[in-house]
Every structure is written in C-alpha cells, then in structure tokens.
Design a protein around this ligand. Structure first.
Ligand SMILES: *[C@@H]1O[C@H](CO)[C@@H](O)[C@H](O)[C@H]1NC(C)=O
Ligand SMILES: *[C@@H]1O[C@H](CO)[C@@H](O)[C@H](O)[C@H]1NC(C)=O
Ligand SMILES: *[C@@H]1O[C@H](CO)[C@@H](O)[C@H](O)[C@H]1NC(C)=O
Ligand SMILES: *[C@@H]1O[C@H](CO)[C@@H](O)[C@H](O)[C@H]1NC(C)=O
Ligand SMILES: *[C@@H]1O[C@H](CO)[C@@H](O)[C@H](O)[C@H]1NC(C)=O
Length: 401
C-alpha cells in the first residue's frame, strides 16, 4: 500500500513538473527535453527527500537511476570491443576489425557525470565510441576512472593520467596499430574538465610534450571559482542541469561536507587569499559582448568558508587557473558549447584565453542546444541533438586528426 502511494505521489510530481516547467522557445524536440528535465528534477527532489529521511544519500539515488544503462563489451561485424585494465584501471577498447595499410588514429574518451556518475560503458557512450571507431577507422579508448565521493580529488584525474601515459608507450601503441602522431583526447561535461587538465599536464611535462595532437571538449566545466557567471544566472533552473543539483553533485569530488555546496551556491566558497586568481576567470574581461547582455560583474565574497580545501585553488580542478605561458603550448582544440547550459561561459572564457595566446581553436556553438545532449541518445529519451553534436565533433576529427 505504502509503496503504491509513494509511486502515485512521485508520478503526480513528475506530471506537474512536466506540465509546468517551461523550456526555452527555440529548443528542438521541446516535449522530449521537457520530459527529461522533469525526470531529472524529480530525481533530485526524491534524492533530497531520501537523504533527509536517511534512506539513501543524494548521489546514490542518481547512481541507482543511471546504473541500469551499463553495457557488456559486445563486438560487432566492424569493431572488436574489449574490457581490460591499463595500469590497474578499467578501460574499454574499440578496435576496428578490417586490415589497414597504415597505422590508425586514436581517440581517448573521458566520460562526464559530475565526477560522481557515469561510465564509458553506459549505452549512449558505448554507441558513440563504437560509431567513432567505425566512422574514423580509429582505435577508441574509454577510461572508467574512479568516482566520487568514494574517491575524491584528484583520483579521477590520476586515473586518466595513468591510463593515458600507459597507452602512450611505444610498445602499447604498436600493439594496437596506433599512429603516435594522431592521438586526440575527448570528453563531455566533467569529462571535458579532465581532458583540459590532462592535456595541460602532458603538454607541460617534457617527457610527454606534443604527444597529443588534439583535444576536444564538449560543454566542459572549466572552473569552480566563480559560480555566478551570466550563464549560471540565466540557466539557474535548467533545463537539464539546475545550478543547485550540479553544485551538490560536483562538490562531492572535493568533500562530503555540506557546508561546501552551500557556500558555492552563495558564491562565497573561495578562501580569503585567492583574489589574485579571479583574473583568470573574470567574465567581464573574457566573455564576448554578446553574452554579457546586461549582467553586472559582482566580485565573489571571499573567506566565508571555514574549512580549507586546497582543491579549490588548484588548476587540476579548474583548468582555467593556469597562466598564459602554460596555455600557449596547448594543441589544436575543438570546443562545442550549447546555449542553454549553465556552464556555457566556462568554455567561452577558455576560448578567448586560448585564442589570445595563439592556440588554434575551432568553436561550434549550438544556439538551441542543451547541456548533456550527447548522452541523451538512448532510453528514456532519444534527442536528435545528441547525434548532431556527435556528427559535428566527428567531422572536425575527420578533417583534423
Ligand atoms: C559496419 O560498417 C558498415 C559500413 O560503415 C555499416 O553500414 C554497418 O552498419 C556497420 N555495422 C554495425 C553493426 O555497426
Ligand atoms: C582490473 O582491475 C580491477 C581493480 O582495479 C580488478 O577488480 C579487475 O579484476 C581487473 N580486471 C582485469 C581484467 O584484470
Ligand atoms: C574583473 O574585471 C573587471 C573589469 O575589467 C574589474 O573591474 C574587476 O576588478 C575584476 N575583478 C577581479 C577580481 O579581478
Ligand atoms: C566559522 O568559524 C567562526 C569562528 O571560529 C564561527 O564563529 C562560525 O560560526 C563558523 N562558521 C561556520 C559556517 O561554521
Ligand atoms: C606560469 O606558471 C608556471 C607554473 O606555476 C610558473 O612556473 C611560471 O613562472 C608562470 N609564468 C608566468 C609568466 O607567470
């Protein structure tokens, strides 16, 4: 009885969100986006409820909802799919079956999920990587890095670095027939954060400099200093990525202490001595005029968080924090942004900063796009936008890798 009542209650809330939450006018497939948005908001509501009554932690509710989409390594007529470990870290490899005269290019894929959710084995990512391997006749390597809150900063990054350094060994590249001069690292959302950081670390490491030909970032998060950029303000309530939910999940990468997400929500989380870092993320300097609209720059309040988290001032969490001389040496870069995305401006700032120091950047902006669409190509919602993003990024790779 209690269970049925509960289900009925949730269905009513879902329906109410579905009917009443508005989605932007110019968005394509608006009913599907509305449904997905409602589903996410209800999950967040249920997660908050369950956490408050001590049934499950906030992130565990999301984890339960996303785990059902994991796939097995199934080879098909074109691609051999293998699950293995590199340096003790689980990876999934996609190897084209056909014989090739020359060595193949390789794409290293780092998935999104706010450092807390997701896997390269999720069906949408499995489809994407299989498609990429087939379309580009390339070797694709997905990394199943460790997730927060069990493994906190910099665990995810360390796993990615270990796997990539393992893969870049001559004997490993030779084993998979990979051309060492045609390797790209790619990732979406928090996977994009990891790509940006890994690329910076490798480029600034004499042993690995120029080993990566290109980086591709799909709506990445690139800083956590200022959470009140124009895009955070405009898309505070979503669609898809409400500011509060994003902050609650992503802050678990740093700590489980609830004081941190609360401070981040107020944009009062940075330590007192960190003012000099804000010049790297100052949207008033780096955002193109068009996106500033009539927003007024307000300086975040510093020193209101008692606990101290070194991660907050670390460029390995916020890749925008490096200086120009470290940006200068970055390889060919592809960045895709969606308009309806609270973390849109991280990318726009990075693009300005990269171009200012002469890095070659291709920028695709999807005016009617939403955050996360690349992973909405499987049940419960199939968005054509996901395939459009995939095709844009693949055609860039076709020309540039
Ligand atoms: C294999 O590749 C061919 C040619 O690209 C394609 O038409 C076919 O659908 C692929 N098979 C699978 C299972 O993806
Ligand atoms: C890969 O490593 C994990 C732990 O890191 C281990 O549990 C698993 O058995 C390993 N798998 C293989 C195929 O070696
Ligand atoms: C941000 O930029 C604006 C305009 O250039 C400037 O007035 C402000 O002092 C800057 N703030 C910080 C913290 O760098
Ligand atoms: C921070 O520390 C001060 C002094 O130790 C204390 O008065 C204040 O309540 C603390 N604030 C929080 C949010 O814990
Ligand atoms: C940039 O940062 C690096 C590493 O922190 C430092 O070694 C270098 O001196 C800095 N360069 C400039 C111009 O500030």
């Amino acid at each position: 009885m209690g269970y049925k009542t509960l289900c009925f209650g949730f269905s009513c809330v879902l329906l109410a969100y579905f009917v009443y939450s508005p989605v932007p006018e110019n968005i394509e497939e608006p009913w599907k986006v509305r449904f997905m948005d409602a589903l996410i908001k209800v999950t967040s509501l249920v997660a908050t409820l369950f956490e408050n009554i001590g049934l499950m932690k906030y992130e565990e509710v999301f984890l339960t909802a996303s785990a059902i989409h994991l796939t097995k390594p199934i080879s098909d007529e074109n691609i051999t799919v293998i699950d293995t470990n590199f340096s003790d870290i689980p990876v999934r490899l996609y190897l084209p079956k056909g014989t090739s005269e020359k060595q193949r290019s390789a794409i290293i894929f780092i998935h999104g999920g706010a450092f807390v959710l997701g896997s390269c084995k999720m069906s949408a990512y499995d489809d994407l990587n299989r498609w990429t391997a087939n379309k580009l006749d390339a070797v694709v390597l997905g990394i199943d890095y460790r997730l927060a809150p069990q493994y906190q900063f910099p665990a995810a990054l360390e796993d990615c670095v270990f796997v990539i350094k393992f893969f870049l060994q001559d004997k490993v590249l030779a084993e998979y027939g990979v051309d060492p001069s045609r390797i790209c690292i790619m990732g979406d959302s928090s996977g994009g954060t990891l790509v940006a950081t890994v690329t910076q670390l490798l480029q600034n490491d004499p042993e690995f400099k120029d080993r990566i030909k290109a980086q591709a970032l799909i709506y990445p998060g690139l800083q956590s200093l200022d959470t009140f950029l124009p895009s955070h303000r405009e898309y505070e309530h979503g669609p898809i990525l409400p500011r509060e939910m994003a902050i609650k999940l992503a802050s678990l990468y740093v700590t489980e202490d609830k004081a941190l997400p609360q401070a981040i929500l107020r944009n009062e989380h940075m330590p007192p001595e960190s003012r000099h870092l804000f010049k790297f993320v100052n949207w008033s300097d780096f955002l193109p005029e068009k996106y500033k609209k009539n927003h007024v720059y307000t300086e975040p309040i510093l020193g209101n968080l008692n606990a101290s988290y070194p991660a907050l001032v670390d460029s390995r969490l916020s890749p925008l924090l490096v200086n120009d001389s470290q940006l200068q040496c970055l390889p060919l870069t592809y960045i895709l942004t969606c308009e309806h995305d609270p973390i849109r401006d991280d990318s726009l700032i990075y693009i300005t900063r990269l171009r200012n120091v002469g890095v070659r950047v291709t920028h695709d902006h999807i005016e009617e796009g939403i955050h996360g669409a690349l992973s909405f190509t499987r049940a419960p919602v199939f968005l054509h936008l996901g395939l459009r993003i995939r095709d844009k990024y693949i055609s860039w790779l076709e020309e540039n890798l």
